[in-house]
Design a protein around this ligand. Structure first.
Ligand SMILES: [Zn+2]
Length: 374
């Protein structure tokens, strides 16, 4: 308000007011009183505006904090620990558990984490000489040059992949009748290899079960694309339809492509019904997946198993009303963070639930081929 610019502006306005003095003097006192604020409109009259905006913004920030503390409160967990969550499963037998998973669940299966510096996939992309690491998953770039993606795809979809103990733990939730749906960001299809019914899985970023010709939209199945990826002489798979020859792309979602309709269709129905949200191995940064944690009922307990504490709104985000996970915050009685690998967390839960022997049997049985995993 006392900035040099402000002072300069006031002088100019006063000058203008002076120039109109004769005209203004002809008017009644009442009219003059009304005009007084107008004469200084660009300076003083802005002060109340700015002040009001500040008050409004302070009020909404306050409401956001109040609302946030309301969303952090639930009486369903006796203790804010992984043991408390397991006790909740044992006693309440929630039938609508939703599981959300990210790259962290598949690292022990040998699939590189897209976002782990040093060992991550992004760091290993330099050999492709891309304009940016993300370009390999950008649809515009793929249209121009699909070869880097397919070179990488041969690494992304290695043979003989096995689901991890955490994958099998989630399969056990389904066997016990407790799993409503498993939402995954991963495109490795390991969820299906546990033998889980296909309708229980929602692949937020698609998968490579099917592939589509970019030119004529002909669909190709998993066996077809797998053979192409295994074929060292095939750099880019092309459509086999007569006189087409378009590039065939696995149906995984690239940056710049819409998420599968099924993701939204299922999420709208599932999340309001969720009675326990389990989140394994995701950095909760990719939208809209990350913000799905906010779509469960305000009383629904949420457990995050991850190597790093993620998913909480920053103070700034809180001020503008963005919510997130509440663990570690004042007033939190619903959210739990368990620091560790997905496998360790899943095994701990299985032990506490008395499911450890059954889990071992599933792991020993090994992957169920996709064609049989229906
Ligand atoms: Zn085609």
């Amino acid at each position: 308000m006392s900035s040099p610019g402000g002072s300069r502006q006031r002088k100019n306005n006063e000058g203008k007011a002076d120039g109109k003095r004769d005209e203004t003097e002809q008017k009644s006192d009442d009219e003059r009183k009304k005009e007084q604020p107008k004469a200084k409109h660009d300076t003083c009259s802005k002060l109340p505006d700015v002040f009001n905006k500040f008050v409004d913004s302070f009020n909404s920030a306050l409401h956001a904090v109040v609302d946030q503390s309301a969303t952090c409160s639930s009486r369903k967990l006796r203790s804010l620990t992984i043991e408390g969550v397991v006790e909740f499963i044992k006693t309440e037998k929630p039938k609508n558990i939703i599981v959300m998973t990210g790259a962290g669940i598949s690292t022990s299966a040998g699939i590189p984490d897209f976002r782990s510096p040093g060992s991550g996939l992004y760091d290993n992309l330099q050999k492709y000489d891309l304009p940016s690491p993300e370009a390999i998953f950008q649809i515009d770039f793929f249209e121009k040059n699909p070869e880097p993606f397919f070179t990488l795809a041969k690494e992304l979809f290695p043979e003989d992949l096995k689901p991890t103990p955490c994958h099998y733990f989630i399969r056990m939730l389904e066997k016990k009748g407790l799993l409503r749906r498993w939402y995954t960001q991963n495109i490795d299809s390991l969820e299906y290899l546990t033998g889980l019914p296909e309708d229980k899985v929602v692949t937020a970023h698609g998968n490579h079960h099917t592939s589509t010709c970019r030119k004529c939209s002909t669909k190709y199945d998993l066996g077809w694309i797998t053979a192409k990826l295994k074929d060292k002489s095939c750099k880019v798979p092309h459509c086999e339809k007569l006189s087409c020859g378009g590039v065939v792309k696995p149906d995984i979602i690239f940056f710049g492509e819409a998420l599968p309709r099924r993701f939204f269709h299922c999420a709208i129905q599932d999340f309001p019904q969720c009675d326990l949200l389990l989140i394994f191995g995701t950095s909760l940064v990719v939208q809209p997946f990350a913000s799905m944690v906010n779509e469960v009922d305000a009383e629904c307990p949420r457990l995050l198993v991850n190597l790093e504490a993620v998913g909480r709104a920053s103070r700034l985000e809180e001020m503008i009303g963005t919510t997130g996970l509440c663990y570690g915050r004042d007033g939190n009685t619903r959210d739990v963070f368990w620091k560790g690998s997905c496998d360790e967390g899943a095994r701990k839960m299985a032990d506490l639930l008395g499911w450890d022997a059954e889990l071992d049997i599933l792991i020993e049985q090994g992957p169920i081929p996709l064609s049989k995993a229906k």
